[in-house]
Design a protein around this ligand. Structure first.
Ligand SMILES: Nc1ncnc2c1ncn2[C@@H]1O[C@H](COP(=O)(O)OP(=O)(O)OP(=O)(O)O)[C@@H](O)[C@H]1O
Ligand SMILES: [Mg+2]
Length: 372
């Protein structure tokens, strides 16, 4: 397996600059995810790497092999790149059986019939499709089709595995199951992998490294835990950490803390770097740490808030709160809200409703100050 190096990759469609001068590396045997919203250029990056799209600029190398170089005018055709790709729509051939679909890449590589048969049956066993060799692809479930697509990408021991939202057509239960299987397979076969998704849970659960993209550029890269703990900008905090952003102005700097004015209120956050007096900053807030109070209390970082909405999702109720005209998401376990009142045997169900006025306490550990 080999390391993939992407330098200054650029791709336009007409006047539309879809991939804008991006750089990243995929270390050998690692699982790297590109996370970003629809239309940000994820598939285009994969298509450039696999060689079905010709970039407008930059350089790409896989180990010693130059895949593309604008300056040296080099372009390695797809079939010489030895990569396996699972396309967003699976791209299977409906008139062929499972066996024929998976055998196809070996046939075009002119492999002998017996060897093809052995390899295809082995790989079908690996993805747990043995017994279904003769089934036509349209007569398979979505999850089975996804596995055929994966088997076809794996069958010739690819130097790099590219997966374009391979689980997005599956139901929640199957998606969870396939996610675990995919990760196991990647580890066992030590496959260098690039996985594309717009789903933060997939990115967080699968990846050694995450690349966060927006509108053709890379906004952040890092390990899941580093990006969660210390997002370099608001975009990364929101898309990966599901954090909320409120804006304010720096009103005081001390050695370890920074005080930020939000309308007529102030909150004190831990300081990770120096800020200028009056500078506009963003405060990324981890809603899980926010405490909701019914009444004003003598605690630090208390702000008045209005409940905008309360939405149930499994065991969680997610509140959207308005704080100084800005919205903060606060997820709470539904059980946290059954609080016995002091000195009474009665239980009070203090779930909040939209329109209610409350106070929220934002501990300094819940805040992360960013420039943009
Ligand atoms: N062949 C093409 N010709 C013209 N424009 C294209 C072509 N392929 C993609 N685009 C445009 O490039 C942009 C990026 O598309 P791309 O498919 O890379 O996005 P994506 O991040 O994979 O989105 P999704 O999550 O919806 O799959 C989009 O605006 C898309 O319309
Ligand atoms: Mg796509």
């Amino acid at each position: 397996m080999a390391e993939l190096i992407i330098e200054k990759l650029t791709k336009r469609f007409g006047d539309n600059l879809v991939v804008d001068n991006i750089n990243f590396t995929v270390p050998s045997e690692k699982f790297v995810t590109i996370l970003g919203p629809s239309g940000c250029g994820k598939t285009t990056v994969l298509r450039c790497i696999v060689g079905v799209e010709r970039p407008d600029g930059g350089k790409m190398k896989l180990g010693d092999q130059v895949l593309f170089s604008k300056n040296e005018n080099l372009f390695t055709p797809t079939e010489k790149r030895g990569m396996g790709m699972v396309y967003q729509s699976y791209a299977l051939w409906p008139h062929m059986t499972v066996f024929e679909n998976v055998a196809y890449p070996l046939q075009i590589r002119k492999m002998g019939k017996d060897e093809i048969r052995k390899k295809v049956l082995d790989i079908l066993k690996l993805v747990k499709l043995n017994g279904l060799e003769d089934r036509l692809v349209p007569n398979l479930s979505g999850g089975q089709q996804q596995r055929v697509s994966l088997a076809r990408a794996l069958v010739y021991n690819p130097t790099l595995l590219l997966l374009d939202e391979p689980l997005s057509n599956l139901d929640v239960v199957l998606r969870d199951e396939m996610r675990t299987e995919l990760k196991d397979l990647q580890r066992r076969l030590k496959l260098t992998t690039i996985y594309v998704t717009h789903d933060r849970t997939e990115a967080l659960s699968l990846s050694d490294h995450i690349i966060i993209m927006d509108k053709g550029v890379i906004k952040a890269t890092g390990t899941p835990i580093d990006l969660l703990r210390d997002p370099p900008n608001s975009y990364a905090g929101i898309i990966l950490g599901d954090m909320s952003l409120i804006k304010g102005n720096v009103s005081n700097n001390s050695e370890k803390t920074v005080e930020i004015k939000i309308g007529n209120h102030k909150i004190v956050c831990r300081k990770q770097r120096d800020w200028n007096e009056n500078e506009e900053v963003g405060i990324l807030i981890r809603g899980t740490e926010v405490v909701i109070h019914n009444n004003k209390r003598p605690v630090d970082n208390l702000l008045p808030a209005k409940i905008k909405s309360a939405t149930y999702a499994g065991q969680i109720v997610e509140y959207k709160m308005i704080v100084n005209d800005q919205v903060i998401k606060v997820p709470k376990s539904i059980e946290e809200f059954i609080i016995p009142e002091e000195g009474s045997n009665e239980t009070i169900h203090s779930l909040h409703e939209s329109g209610e006025d409350v106070y929220i306490e934002i501990p300094d550990s819940a805040c992360h100050v960013v420039k943009e």
